[in-house]
Write a protein that binds this ligand. Structure first.
Ligand code: DGJ
Length: 370
């Protein structure tokens, strides 16, 4: 009897593992094993499609800390379901005082390919070791192959000594009259002052703060760095140079004093759509959505695009990237586990359109391309 039971159970396990492999489904929130059977460790990440392969880059998270002890990991796949671990694409450094010294905070890496220079360009949010989230820098690294190794180039704050688009004589004259000590945070007067550029002026010399971020390449090949700036109160969109390794100095601000993190962007039929989160640390909150007819705006806010259970907290996750595949878009988010960072999970859901606007509906299981 025992033998028969064992035989039946074994058959069921074989059948179930076969059907899991055959269905090619995405199951958000579950363990996603790589080709070695280990849960994928690439958080706050993004995807690069190069030739016929998707490369997934993300933060390596350790079991007990969110500090970067390893660096940026890379996984490769041709179907977005089965992932081969390509190892560490950008390694943290053991050199004392290095910007990317082991133990720094290195978050939300994204990689874009430059067709002219034939280089793979990685940008990420960097916080210097031992300084919490004060440094608020972006970092840049470059490689000759998608999976790396990436060579760290530099890190800094953004657009030092440059005013955003729209800051002309008149705006600067208003800004001159503002006295930071007069404002109490979160009051309407303070919000107005933030909108008018109180923090842009504060950081004008040292460069603008640069935290949660993504990259976007437009149809004309121009690339943009989109990041939370001004104490996470205002998003900045900054144009990149032709080699995708620097800012040109041209940048705009989105939703001043709106407190947005985790920007993820896509373009559909000429409209730019951006999904973000609020700022509640590792805890999930309600997603926000914006659209614009041009990358430079004007950006209009829309209601939360999420639908289904836990839609009011982005299904327990926080946006990180939106991947176009053919005429579909995949919304990608992280379910953070701050007490066990390496066990953080992934949410990938297809974007649907309702009355011309994107929505993200929860699905327990779905098949890419279907
Ligand atoms: C929210 C950000 O989106 C994450 O990338 C990370 O920086 C956490 N805050 C840290 O609390």
């Amino acid at each position: 009897m025992k033998k028969l039971l064992f035989f039946v159970c074994s058959c069921l396990m074989v059948v179930s593992s076969f059907s899991q492999q055959a269905t090619h489904t995405i199951r958000s929130g579950e363990i996603w094993p790589d080709d070695q059977g280990i849960h994928i460790n690439a958080h706050g990440g993004g995807i690069l499609k190069y030739n016929d392969t998707y490369y997934w880059f993300g933060e390596h998270k350790s079991d007990h800390t969110s500090d970067a002890l390893v660096g940026v990991t890379c996984y490769a796949s041709t179907d977005l379901v089965n992932w081969r671990n390509c190892g560490v694409a950008l390694s943290v450094s053991d050199e004392r005082g290095s910007d990317i010294e082991r133990g720094c905070i290195l978050e939300r890496p994204k990689v874009i390919y430059n067709k002219v220079t034939k280089k793979f360009c990685m940008w990420f949010h960097l916080e210097l070791k031992g300084r919490g989230y004060d440094a608020a820098r972006y970092g840049v690294a470059v490689a000759n192959r998608p999976e790396g190794p990436y060579k760290f180039l530099y890190s800094q704050r953004a657009n030092a000594g440059t005013w955003p688009i729209g800051f002309g004589q008149q705006e600067l004259a208003v800004l001159d009259t503002l006295d930071a000590s007069h404002f109490q945070e979160w009051t309407p007067a303070w919000r107005k002052a933030i909108d008018e550029g109180l923090l842009v002026r504060r950081d004008f010399g040292t460069g603008q703060m640069s935290r949660d971020m993504t990259l976007f390449i437009d149809d004309d090949g121009k690339a943009y760095h989109i990041f939370s700036s001004e104490e996470n109160l205002t998003l900045h969109i900054a144009e990149l140079t032709g080699d995708y390794l620097h800012h040109t100095g041209r940048y705009t601000r989105v939703a001043p004093a709106g407190h947005n993190e985790a920007p993820a962007i896509f373009k559909h039929e000429g409209t730019y759509w951006m999904i973000t989160s609020g700022c509640t640390g590792w805890a999930p909150n309600e997603a926000r959505m914006f659209s614009a007819p041009s990358i430079w705006g004007p950006w209009t806010q829309h209601p939360n695009p999420c639908r289904g259970p836990k839609a009011e907290i982005t299904f327990g996750g926080q946006s990180t990237y939106i991947l176009p595949i053919g005429d579909q878009y995949i919304f990608m988010a992280d379910i953070w586990r701050p007490r066990h960072p390496s066990d953080a999970r992934y949410i990938w859901l297809p974007i649907e359109f309702e009355d011309g606007k994107p929505i993200v509906r929860w699905r327990d299981e779905w098949e890419v391309g279907k």
